[in-house]
Design a protein around this ligand. Structure first.
Ligand SMILES: [Fe+2]
Ligand SMILES: [Fe+2]
Length: 321
């Protein structure tokens, strides 16, 4: 067997998006590629990847790259330095931040160690909040990078970014943005306890499956209640994000202002993301169509003021920031 071929169990590797590597700096950790279920040493620590190669790899196999789990801290500080430095444009920084966060959010839903995953995920939101604070013009780039992907972890990150946009537009301070971002990122954490067959089903759910799915806010609250570093507002995002403004949501049938404002934002961006996401059984709406649909066909379900603010997030940020 080739000595570069390493067959070590999956737990020793952490997936990364190749787009999170930037050609401007040497890469301070080894990178591996997964081919035929084998991890092959691809790039040596200290080497560069050129731009052309990154874009080629990103098109060909964006999900196949890994680092050693023991290099996670090094990967995170590499990302942090790129975001904090002034080599990259706001747009490139947005790409690096978005792409590097995806693997960490995946851990939130997959890792058996929920406590560590929650702590790490709070750090992701801190990075986003700092980035938006230092470079408000980057918000439009982050919004533009939405994956419109139905996997829970991509969806959660998208909802997190939309909510940060909404919070920014309504004038929240950094502490509020941090809490809102965490609540949005963790809103579907209860889906950890729903069968993967139901989560990934390509088609409408039957009654039994639907009943199971509707338990996820309660499951999520039970998970978050285990940890005292999770705030009440974050818990509310999780437990109240399927309530609706006119009172016929679930699980508590809360209405109007009784629903936590952060949870109202999550509810709105959650639906917006679902409507604009491609699934095998539907055609996604454009952002403008989705907002129009929510305003007309789903009238009364969402906080009207927030719905108007969402137009600003999506269409006015270029002009106002
Ligand atoms: Fe949900
Ligand atoms: Fe959701």
């Amino acid at each position: 067997m080739n000595e570069n071929v390493k067959e070590i169990e999956d737990s020793k590797y952490l997936p990364i998006k190749i787009n999170s590597i930037h050609p401007s700096t040497p890469v301070p950790f080894d990178i591996f590629v997964l081919v035929n279920k084998k991890y092959i040493h691809y790039l040596r620590s200290g080497d560069h990847l050129n731009e052309e190669k990154i874009s080629k790899l990103n098109k060909k196999a964006p999900e196949s790259f890994f680092i050693l789990s023991e290099n996670k801290a090094s990967y995170k500080s590499y990302i942090h330095n790129m975001i904090a430095g002034d080599t990259l444009s706001a747009e490139d920084k947005a790409i690096v931040l978005r792409e590097s966060s995806q693997a960490l959010v995946e851990e939130l839903f997959e890792s058996p160690d929920i406590e560590s995953a929650l702590i790490e995920s709070k750090g992701i939101i801190t990075n986003f909040v700092q980035f938006i604070d230092e470079q408000p013009s980057a918000m439009k780039h982050l919004i533009g990078l939405s994956t419109h992907d139905f996997y829970t972890y991509n969806h959660s990150l998208d909802v997190g970014i939309y909510c940060l946009g909404l919070g920014h537009v309504v004038g929240y301070n950094l502490r509020q943005l941090q809490e809102l971002g965490e609540g949005a990122l963790f809103h579907d954490i209860g889906k950890r306890k729903v069968s993967i067959d139901i989560i990934c089903k390509n088609g409408p759910l039957d009654d039994i499956e639907w009943a199971q799915m509707q338990k996820h806010p309660e499951y999520g609250l039970a998970i978050l209640n285990e940890f005292d570093f999770i705030s009440d507002a974050v818990r509310a995002c999780c437990f109240e994000h399927h309530e609706n403004f006119m009172g016929n949501g679930y699980p508590q049938q809360l209405d109007g202002e009784d629903i936590h404002p952060f949870a109202r934002m999550v509810a709105l961006t959650d639906t917006f993301d679902a409507l604009t996401t491609k699934r095998s059984y539907n055609t996604p709406l454009t952002p403008a169509e989705a907002l129009e649909f929510m305003k007309t066909k789903l009238a009364g379900k969402y906080d009207e003021d927030l719905l108007s603010a969402m137009y600003d997030v999506l269409f006015s940020m270029n002009k106002t920031l």
